[in-house]
Structures are given as C-alpha cells and as structure tokens.
Design a protein around this ligand. Structure first.
Ligand code: ZN
Length: 375
C-alpha cells in the first residue's frame, strides 16, 4: 500500500501503514504555528481491502468540536466527494472505508487546489467586464489575484468579496465558483441589474500559500490572516496588507468575507456589531441582508451562529470588525459547515462543493435586495 500527500494542498504524515486495518497517521501543523486540522492524502493499492486509518493527533487539533458528528470526505475522481464512516474516540479520528478502486483520495473537505484557482481566474477574465489584477506577492511568491467587475461610475456602490483567509476552509472558494458564475452570467437578470448598480472587487483566495501548503488556518509563516487587519505588514501578512491598500483606494459599501466553521452544522453570518462605529443603520443593513439571504436560500439560517459581541468590544484584528469600523460599511463573515447543514442534511455528500456554489449564487439575490440602501 502507498500513501502520499506530495501534491498541492496535501497534508498527512504516515507513522505506520503496514496493516490496512490499523494505519497510523498524523496531521502536520501549519508551518510556524500550532494550528492543524486540514488533512488531504492519497491511498493506492487497497482496492477491496477494508481500511481503518487512525489520525492519532486529532485530539490536539485546533477545533475539537469539529470532530463529533464529522464524517471525512473521499473521492475516486477528485470531482465527486462523498462521506465515509468516521469515528472520534479518545482523541483519535478514525476513517473506515473499503476502496472500490486502486487509488482513493481522502480530505477534511473537498479540496480546492491552486491549479483550480488559476483555472477560475483564467475563466473569469474571459468576460468583457472583468479586469484581473495582481495586488502583490505572497511570502512564497504567489500572486494575490483581484477580479474587478465593472467600472466605478455615478452612484455605483462598491462591493468587496473575499474568501479563504483560512486556507483549509476550501468551501469558501467553491462558494466563489458559484458566486462568480452567476455574477458573470449575462442571461441572469439579477446579475445584470447588480452590475449596473455596483462594481465588484473579488479576491477568490486570500491565502494562496496556506492553500498550497495544506494549512488549516495560516499563511506561509504561520500568521492567521484574520487576526491581522489592524496590523498587517508586508513582512507578516502581505496578503492582507495589499488587499487593504486597494480597499482604501476604492472605498467599501458592502464587504463579505467567506469562511467555513469546523463545529457548527449550519450556514450563518456574523456581523460587525461590536465595532465602535457600528450603528443603527448598520444593524438595519445586516438584518436586511440576512433576511434576504434566508429567502434566497433555505440552506441559510439565522437561528444558529456565533455570540454577538457587546457594543464597542469587537476584536478589530478580524476582517469584518475592522472593515465595519473603518469604512462604516455593511461588513459580514459568512460561515459554511465542514459537516453538513443539519436543517437539510445530505447523507451521501454532507455539505458539498455543489451546495457551496448554490449558496454563492444565492448571495446575489441578497445583494440586489440591499444594494439601493447601501450608503
Ligand atoms: Zn475561517
């Protein structure tokens, strides 16, 4: 049997693979940090053989609430990802599966490679209204890609959408595929009207280095980008530094930052309520967006989510809080589950790339409902 993680976004250390029913594995930490939870590896040579793969350091992972009720993702063709039997006991996460092909891939969630990212931006730039710009380099020398849709004009609002500050939250870039596909669909009336009313600045992947390295949460040097917004530097967090510089040039009327949550089996939005400059208008816009998205997609809900910060107590190193405060705009963090949406569960796939895309597309309805109210 052969197990490897030597590819884009791979992450596993093999301790012992001599016995198929007691394979011993560990997840590697993000470089320069203690975070880990993302895994992605390939197993060859176990066709028809029952496998038990124990991730022995799961009990030290970043979000332990992420394991109960979680089922790992697997694929034979790297396109369709299904869930496999998974147990969590005594700090060990065990995957149980009998492969029906020579090679099978396993991952924490359906992976989104940097090659696929390059395909996405290459496709998007084919639309006449799209400009593709590189804002700067990451620490590993990759490009910080910005897709701009439309030109600023009289009364046009400015909408920013960012995804995958946390690279292991691959659902965020699957979401981007659905969002961009609809936004750039010239037959879609919602997209056409929105593009008349607003320009879009879109960063489909805020953390290319962490993505390629198979990190859960940080960039190449172990920095959590979503704790850098009030202190970004070219040395530690060029990804945030460059994006924020462009945001200051364009201004912001609406900012949406897309993430995944390890623990909660729901889609939800966290706002900037705790930002010192958050006011009644901000609350009205936030409530309006959540209500409109609930109508647009039954996969979105407002009953479950994070606790709301008390007024004035927000951590301004977090993107949404910083932007809500600095730009006095509607700023939101959209969270999707690693597990499934418990309100509409899918036994076969759980929360999946296809469902991320549909939620991404549905956000255009919410944006259209709010766009005229944006200050
Ligand atoms: Zn996140």
């Amino acid at each position: 049997m052969h197990i490897t993680d030597a590819f884009d976004s791979g992450n596993i250390d093999v301790l012992d693979a001599a016995q198929p029913d007691r394979i011993r594995l560990e997840i590697r930490k993000d470089n320069g940090s203690d975070f880990y939870q993302w895994f992605h590896f390939r197993v060859t040579g176990a066709h028809g053989t029952p496998l038990t793969m124990a991730i022995e350091n799961a009990g030290g992972a970043a979000y332990l609430e992420g394991w109960p009720g979680y089922r790992a993702c697997a694929s034979y063709d790297r396109e369709t990802w299904f869930r496999v039997d998974t147990t969590y006991e005594n700090g060990v996460l065990s995957l149980h599966h009998t492969p029906q092909a020579d090679t099978i891939w396993f991952a924490y969630f359906a992976p989104y490679s940097m090659e696929r990212h390059l395909d996405l931006i290459a496709w998007a730039q084919g639309h006449a209204d799209v400009r593709l710009n590189v804002l700067g380099n990451t620490l590993d020398g990759q490009s910080m890609d910005l897709l701009s849709v439309g030109e600023p004009g009289d009364g046009k609002r400015t909408i920013w959408v960012t995804a995958r500050q946390h690279p292991g939250e691959t659902m965020a870039e699957w979401w981007m595929e659905g969002f961009l596909a609809r936004l750039l669909d010239d037959q879609d009336p919602v997209a056409r009207v929105l593009r008349d009313k607003a320009v879009f600045n879109i960063v489909p992947n805020m953390n290319p280095d962490g993505s390629k390295r198979g990190h859960l949460r940080t960039n190449a040097k172990g920095v959590n980008l979503n704790r850098e917004w009030n202190k970004a530097t070219p040395e530690n967090s060029p990804e945030v530094f460059h994006v924020l510089n462009r945001m200051r040039e364009t201004g912001i009327d609406l900012a949406l930052d897309v993430h995944g949550d390890e623990a909660l089996p729901y889609n939800f939005i966290a706002g900037g309520e705790g930002a010192p400059n958050f006011d009644a208008k901000g609350q009205t816009l936030l409530d309006g967006y959540k209500a409109a998205l609930s109508v647009a997609s039954p996969d979105f809900q407002t009953a479950h989510g994070y606790d709301v910060d008390a007024p004035g107590t927000a951590d301004l190193s977090i993107c949404t809080n910083y932007l809500a405060n600095e730009f006095r705009c509607l700023a939101m963090t959209l969270e999707m589950p690693f597990k499934d949406n418990a309100d509409l569960p899918d036994e076969e796939q759980g929360w999946s790339p296809e469902r991320c895309r549909k939620l991404g597309a549905a956000n255009l309805d919410a944006m259209l409902a709010l766009v005229d109210q944006l200050r």
